[in-house]
Structures are given as C-alpha cells and as structure tokens.
Design a protein around this ligand. Structure first.
Ligand code: NAD
Length: 421
C-alpha cells in the first residue's frame, strides 16, 4: 500500500506502538490512529509561462478530526508524496492534542520545486490546488497553513481562491496569512519562538541559563530556523553555525544572525555568503558539531542510524518534523542527549495559527503582547506535562510527548465512540 513506503510514516507508526505499549492504551483506539481518516489526491494542471501545460500531483490528508477541524501546513517540495503527507498529518494530530487545541491533524502538499516556477506559475498552481481540495477544506472542516516551500503569499492566494468560490471573504480558511488579509501578529515567528522557549524551559529544568557560552547550531535557516536563531540570540546564546540546502556557515565566536537573515531573506544562498572569520561547512559537518544545542529545522530524517554516532550536541531541539529517525532517537537517548520532541518543540506555529483562526472567526484581533504571553503559557504547560509523563512512565521525552497526546485523544475518541457503533 502506498502509505507505507516512507521512513517518516514507518517511524511515526513505530513511535505510536511504543508509546501505546508503555501507557497501555486501548488497542482499538491505536488501530484507528494508524490510518488517516481521509486522503485526497488531486491533479493540478498549470499553464506555464512558455504556453505549455504541466500537471502536478497534490495531496491533502486528514488524519484524525476527533478534537476539531483538521489543521496542518501545505508543503511545496519535490519529495512530497502520499506516505510522507500522511505521516506529517499524523504528527499534527498528536501535536494539536498535546498542546490542547480543539483541532485535528491534517497536512497537504504538491510535488513541485517552487524555485523552478515563476511567480505567476506558482500563483496558478496554488489557486488550482486550492480549488481541487476546496470541497474538503474550510473554517469548520480543515484549515491549511504554510510549510516548506510555501509562505504568507501562498496563503493569501489560497484564501482569495476559496473566498471567490464562496462569494465572501473567508478569514478562517487558512492561517499564516499576511496581516492585511486577516493574519495574526506573531504568526511568522511563532514556530521559531516556540523552539527558543522550549530550549529555555529545558535549561531551566536543569537549573541553568542560556548565556554567551551556550553554543547553538541551526540546520535549516527558513521560517523556523531564522526566528529561532533571532530569539536564542536575544536570550544570550551564541549561534555558531547555520545552514540552508546549499551549505552551512560556521564561526566559533558567533555568527551575525541579523546580517545572515537579511542576506537569506533577499533570496541569496548561504554558499554565496562572504564575511571575514566565517567558514563554509557542509550540512553533514554542521550536524556533527560539538555544541550545546543542535536545532534541526529543515527537513525530516537528517539524523539517522548512519550519522547519529557522530552527533556531539548535548541537547537536540526538533524544530523540523521528524528530523531524527527512530534509530537515532534510541541511540541518542541512550547517550543521555536531551531531545525536545518535534510535536512539542515546533508546536508554537500551530498554537499561533489557532489564535489566528479564532481571531478570524471572531473578527477581532489581539495585540503582540497577548499573543506572546498566551503562546508562552501554553508551551510551558505542555513542556511541564511532557516532563511529568516522562517521570511517571520512566520513559524518554519523545515517548512522553506521545503519551501525553494519546491520553487526551484516547479519552475524546472513547467519549465520541465509533460511528456507526
Ligand atoms: P522553509 O522552507 O521556510 O525553510 C527550510 C530551510 O531548510 C531552508 O533554509 C532550506 O534551504 C533548508 N533545507 C531544505 N532542504 C534541506 C536539506 N536537504 N539540507 C539542509 N537544509 C535544507 O521551511 P520551514 O517552514 O522553516 O519548515 C522547516 C521544518 O519545520 C519542516 O520540517 C516543517 O514541517 C517544520 N515546521 C514548520 C512550521 C512553520 O510554521 N513553518 C511549523 C511546524 C513545523
């Protein structure tokens, strides 16, 4: 079956099995969570700038909607397929449950390299994709957001297409929109901010503080990696390395994050960055640096059984979804590396997406202070809950996060029952 071929899906299933055994979850509930509720595959024909038509493959997977409408990003990347999208939708189910949102798990994507399309072609692709999955999304059904290769402009096109079809401006259909069309303050930096908060919580748990001597390496310098780096610098840490898909930069004394972020936002690649005292390193070298904190914030499965023995970081904050394979998690946990699990570490994005959805439905908008305070308090509560479950079940943070999520899902699924009975 097409579902089973991706390592991410198999890892998600293995983690689900492990956590459910530890917590002695109801096997009938786990059986239901192994499969997506609904998986939609669409064809997206686009007229390219040269007049020819090219058809792209798109998906929207709704994994579980017991707690509320589906929520999850849309990824534009050449590796998108049904299996990966399903695994990511499953992670969204667990993430929303863990942080206590009234939302289910979903994910979407188009198999495309967005760097190879013009702006007009990307707009056409986004609008046709929005139209094709349109019957299955909506403020009460499933609410997409940005992910790898998509951004607030993509969300504005999506929102406009849905609104044109329905004949009114729908603020609640997507999150991650620009502020001028109903976006929320703080959404752009929310995921990275949440990563930085979680690292701070982990340091507090060890009765330590982040300071100049705390070294951090960030793999992937995009919508998650950049704000995480900016907030960690504001907290006093030293970012010694960052990377994008073209390669990485290293400076023992600390990189100028503001300057590199400006360079990257101007659509330059790291391989072309030049500054005295800054060395160019490979992505593999970055992952193996002897640092206090490693933040994998690019793609899944970057620390695997092949390279986990070379990882020297003392703490790993999973900014990306599934950056560590299950073998890497087992090996590093055994070596006492403190892992902040993805469904907790990068949940800041979906939390502020939830605020954006609520604001859109209420047509009333919050200020920055309220957003940040509420985000901080939700993530702190969730972090403490995961630490509590890890102690209670004598297990690692990855399993503990899943146990915390599964406990809430199990209770809700039992109360709602199995239709038709
Ligand atoms: P992005 O496209 O904005 O940035 C991705 C970064 O990773 C870029 O710097 C890119 O060059 C780099 N990259 C891509 N492939 C790479 C490779 N093979 N090796 C090294 N670097 C590579 O994407 P993003 O939104 O920052 O998402 C990053 C990760 O975080 C994904 O796993 C995504 O699912 C997850 N995530 C994102 C959000 C969000 O709000 N954007 C929320 C939760 C989780």
């Amino acid at each position: 079956m097409a579902l089973y071929h991706s390592p991410l899906y198999n890892d998600a299933l293995a983690q689900l099995e492990m956590a459910s055994t530890t917590m002695k979850a109801d096997p009938n509930i786990i059986e239901r969570l192994k499969y997506p509720k609904r998986a939609i595959q669409v064809s997206i024909p686009v007229r390219l700038d040269d007049g020819t038509v090219k058809t792209f493959e798109g998906y929207r997977v709704q994994h579980n909607m017991t707690l509320g409408p589906g929520k999850g990003g849309i990824r534009f990347h050449p590796h998108v397929d049904l299996s990966e999208t399903t695994a990511l939708a499953m992670l969204m189910t667990f993430k929303c449950a863990l942080v206590g949102l009234p939302l289910g798990g979903a994910k979407g994507g188009v198999k495309v390299d967005p760097n190879e399309l013009s702006r007009q072609e990307l707009q056409a692709l986004t609008r046709r994709y929005a139209m094709e999955i349109g019957p299955f999304v909506g403020p009460d059904k499933d609410i997409p957001a940005p992910d790898i290769g998509t951004d607030r402009q993509t969300m504005a096109w999506f929102m406009d297409t849905y609104s044109q079809i329905h004949g009114y401006a729908s603020h609640g259909v997507v999150t991650g929109k620009p502020i001028s069309v109903g976006g929320s303050l703080g959404r752009e930096e929310a995921t990275g901010r949440g990563v930085a908060y979680c690292i701070q919580f982990a340091y507090e748990k060890m009765n330590k503080r982040l300071d100049k001597s705390t070294t951090v390496a960030i793999h992937g310098f995009g919508k998650v990696g950049i704000p995480a780096a900016e907030d960690l610098v504001a907290q006093g840490a030293t970012i010694v390395a960052v990377s994008d898909y073209s390669g990485g930069l290293y400076c023992e004394a600390g990189l100028d994050i503001k300057k590199i972020a400006t360079f990257v936002r101007e659509r330059h690649l790291m391989k072309d960055y030049q500054q005295e005292g800054v060395e160019h390193i490979s992505n593999e070298e970055l992952l193996e640096l002897d640092v206090d904190v490693l933040v994998p914030a690019a793609i899944d499965s970057v620390v695997t059984k092949e390279n986990c023995e070379k990882v020297r970081a003392k703490m790993i904050a999973e900014g990306a979804n599934g950056p560590l394979t299950k073998e890497a998690v087992a090996y590093l946990t055994d070596k006492n590396v403190f892992i902040i699990p993805d469904i907790l570490c990068n949940a800041g994005g979906v939390v502020v997406s939830y605020f954006e959805w609520v604001q859109g439905l209420a047509h009333f908008f919050w200020d920055h202070d309220q957003i940040n305070k509420t985000l901080h308090s939700i993530l702190k509560k969730s972090f403490d809950e995961v630490v509590y479950k890890a102690d209670a079940f004598k297990t690692d943070m990855k399993s503990a996060a899943l146990i915390a999520a599964l406990s809430k899902l199990e209770a809700a699924m039992k109360l709602r029952g199995l239709f038709p009975g």
